[in-house]
Design a protein around this ligand. Structure first.
Ligand SMILES: NC(=O)c1ccc[n+]([C@@H]2O[C@H](COP(=O)([O-])OP(=O)(O)OC[C@H]3O[C@@H](n4cnc5c(N)ncnc54)[C@H](O)[C@@H]3O)[C@@H](O)[C@H]2O)c1
Length: 289
């Protein structure tokens, strides 16, 4: 089994990377935008400062050492090909667009050493389809994290038929080494969590659309009746209505006979009106900033 502890590259998802480097791993964060990288660096420094203060309240020198150690293991670059030159593992988390992911993986496949494992953090695309442009299908898998990554313990590890046992075992071991609980799923739409959540949220919106119950009552019902920490409409506001619409649209196009993936008019209407989520002040609910 490969030891992935030495060097790995995280292509995007700003702000969460110190998590890995705080497990003693070298991380290179890549984004095409230097502004995104600057913002990520500052987010990482701030979060790390808070963690160090909490862990070493009475020993500022130990806190400073923790921060310095972790920061020394993180590098930043806007050049993906440069970033992967010594990588054991690449985790891609760029924009959810198959053509852009293909372009990136094609160039990474040429630039990365033969040993490098590739993974995508896609939430809704097919891992096999993403991997198809590379010549390393045996070294390709899915590593699907959940937001907010430092808090959410789950990591979905996805195998395509060509993923070798060695690659799969290395990815599972790596996930555990960074403190995640790993589950395995085949390369199916949405894997486990989103395959259940996206149709569930869509059904809650259909219920609201029909006037069966109010948004508040639907959410209260699922929190108090099913023990969920958030109701489906609160969750939709948290994750972004546009994300849900985008995923449903993609699946509906690919699997038109599956009624669970049918678009939902009310969800589409709110997105068109810019009522996207909690952070913009309105989704299914109104929020004061
Ligand atoms: N947002 C979430 O909660 C979440 C959770 C799990 C998985 N994901 C998955 O992670 C991926 C990213 O999601 P997001 O919401 O952060 O997307 P986003 O569109 O907000 O961010 C994409 C980032 O990728 C960068 N980028 C675009 N093209 C690039 C390239 N060629 N090379 C390097 N960087 C590039 C952009 O500059 C931007 O910073 C998607 O595949 C998504 O499905 C997202």
């Amino acid at each position: 089994m490969k030891n992935l502890k030495r060097q790995w590259v995280f292509i995007n998802i700003p702000g969460i990377n110190f998590g890995r480097s705080s497990y003693g791993q070298n991380v290179t964060l890549v984004d095409v935008s230097s502004d995104v990288l600057k913002k990520s660096e500052s987010n990482i420094q701030n979060s790390l400062g808070r963690v160090a203060k909490k862990l070493h309240k009475d020993d500022p020198a130990a806190g400073k050492k923790l921060v310095d150690d972790v920061l020394s293991r993180i590098q930043y670059t806007t050049e993906p090909q440069k970033g992967v030159q010594n990588a054991d593992l690449v985790v891609e988390a760029i924009i959810e667009n198959i053509d852009i992911k293909h372009k990136l993986f094609k160039s990474l496949d040429e630039a990365a050493p033969e040993k490098t494992l590739f993974a995508s953090n896609t939430s809704s695309l097919s891992i096999a389809e993403i991997a198809s442009v590379t010549k390393r299908l045996d070294k390709f898998g899915g590593l699907h994290f959940f937001n907010p990554v430092p808090m959410m313990k789950l990591l979905e590890v996805i195998r395509i038929p060509e993923t070798s046992d060695e690659t799969y075992n290395s990815m599972m071991a790596w996930g555990k080494s960074i403190g995640k609980v790993c589950i395995t799923c085949k390369d199916t739409p949405g894997f486990v969590v989103n395959r259940l959540l996206v149709p569930y949220i869509a059904e809650a919106v259909r219920m609201l659309e029909r006037g069966d119950a109010s948004a508040q009552d639907i959410d209260t019902a699922m929190k108090l009746g099913a023990g969920y920490p958030m109701g489906p409409l609160e969750l939709a506001d948290y994750t972004g209505l546009d994300t849900g619409v985008f995923i449903l649209e993609g699946w509906h196009k690919k699997f038109p006979d599956n009624a669970l993936f049918n678009p939902v008019e009310l969800q589409n209407k709110l997105v068109k009106e810019g009522k996207l989520e909690e952070r913009v002040g309105e989704g299914f609910y109104k929020y004061t900033k």
